[in-house]
Ligand binder design. Structure first.
Ligand code: HPA
Ligand code: ZN
Length: 333
């Protein structure tokens, strides 16, 4: 099944670039910039990456991001992930980045954006990688801060496809960000938001009704509200589900308890994604494999999930059609 998963062209729709910072790069950048970390080696990092909930992960995720200082650091970070895309046959990816994680340390858009864009242009020209960027607001900060961030991004919005909302969900409902999402829409940006990861199904409703999102990140707790499930099905609103993330952060006790297949059976547009692969123990193919190990997926289920990744993407219709045909072509081989 591993080679079958590998053989299919896939899209990834939920990936935090800061969450793709591998322990090796983390250590080498900490040495380069002489930043003290509570880990001395890779082994200690792996031991530390044992999380009990979202916040316990976020604490280490923000700590890890503190080694990203200059343009080349952001280039290396993006380049390493894009090389993974090539390796795993991820032909299209929609990547989130957290500007405030950097601007709050005095590192501005003119540092991280040129680094990201240099890597993206290289991957586009070297092997035709398709990439969109999603600028994510940190929901534990204020809407005012998000508005300032959107303003600070103005010279780079031509390279940004959508805005998103991430970080600590509980107690930071989508409604807190209605104004900045409305302003983003006026600027021509699409919208996504993390909702229903740890927070209640009501937050998914808020993301839909108050932020007017085009897609929901995670959304696994939608399951608690049958009316919401009906709505997601009727409108085919994509959910970007992240199986390894959900088990590492104890949203589900183990993979056999995950509800992604139940939601797929209910007719929802669910997709498979890696979220923060360096912290959760696997990139996209490992997420498909983990589902296969837990549920013995057949090829047609995997194919449907892969097709959903293109259907739920922000690609224009003709490119979606192109990639869906490519999936069928890979199947025929
Ligand atoms: N949830 C919320 N915020 C995040 C996540 C996540 O899974 N990953 C990175 N920031
Ligand atoms: Zn996420």
């Amino acid at each position: 099944m591993q080679s079958f998963i590998q053989s299919l062209p896939k899209a990834e729709l939920h990936l935090h670039i800061e969450g793709s910072l591998e322990p090796e790069l983390l250590l080498s950048l900490s040495r380069k910039h002489q930043i003290d970390l509570p880990y001395k080696n890779i082994e200690q990092i792996h031991q530390a990456y044992n999380f009990e909930d979202l916040q316990s992960f976020l604490d280490l995720y923000y700590l890890g991001a503190s080694v990203l200082i200059d343009e080349d650091d952001f280039y290396q970070l993006m380049w390493q992930y894009l090389c993974k895309c090539k390796e795993q046959n991820i032909v299209h990816t929609e990547i989130m980045f957290d500007p405030q994680t950097h601007t709050h340390r005095g590192i501005g858009f003119d540092v991280f954006m040129p680094g990201f864009l240099r890597a993206i242009k290289q991957a586009e020209s070297e092997w035709g990688q398709s990439v969109y960027l999603i600028l994510s607001f940190l929901r534990h900060l204020s809407q005012e801060d998000a508005l300032l961030t959107l303003d600070a991004a103005k010279n780079y919005l031509a390279d940004v496809k959508a805005v998103g909302l991430d970080s600590s969900e509980q107690g930071n409902p989508p409604r807190k960000f209605a104004q900045v999402f409305s302003k983003s829409a006026e600027l021509g940006l699409l919208k996504v938001a993390h909702a229903g990861e740890e927070g209640p199904a009501d937050y998914v409703w808020e993301a839909i009704q108050l932020l007017h999102v085009d897609r929901i990140d995670h959304g696994v707790r939608s399951d608690e509200d049958p009316k919401l499930i009906d709505y997601l099905k009727l409108h085919q609103i994509a959910l970007t589900v992240c199986p390894l993330s959900n088990t590492k952060l104890c949203v589900f006790d183990d993979m056999t308890q995950h509800n992604i297949l139940k939601m797929l059976d209910q007719g929802l547009l669910v997709t498979v994604n890696s979220d923060d692969p360096s912290y959760f123990g696997g990139y996209l193919n490992e997420n498909y494999l983990a589902l296969h190990t837990a549920f013995e997926l057949d090829k047609s289920t995997i194919t449907q999930l892969v097709k959903n990744s293109f259907i739920g993407s922000f690609l224009p219709a003709e490119q979606k059609k192109h990639w869906l045909n490519q999936v069928d072509a890979a199947l025929a081989k």
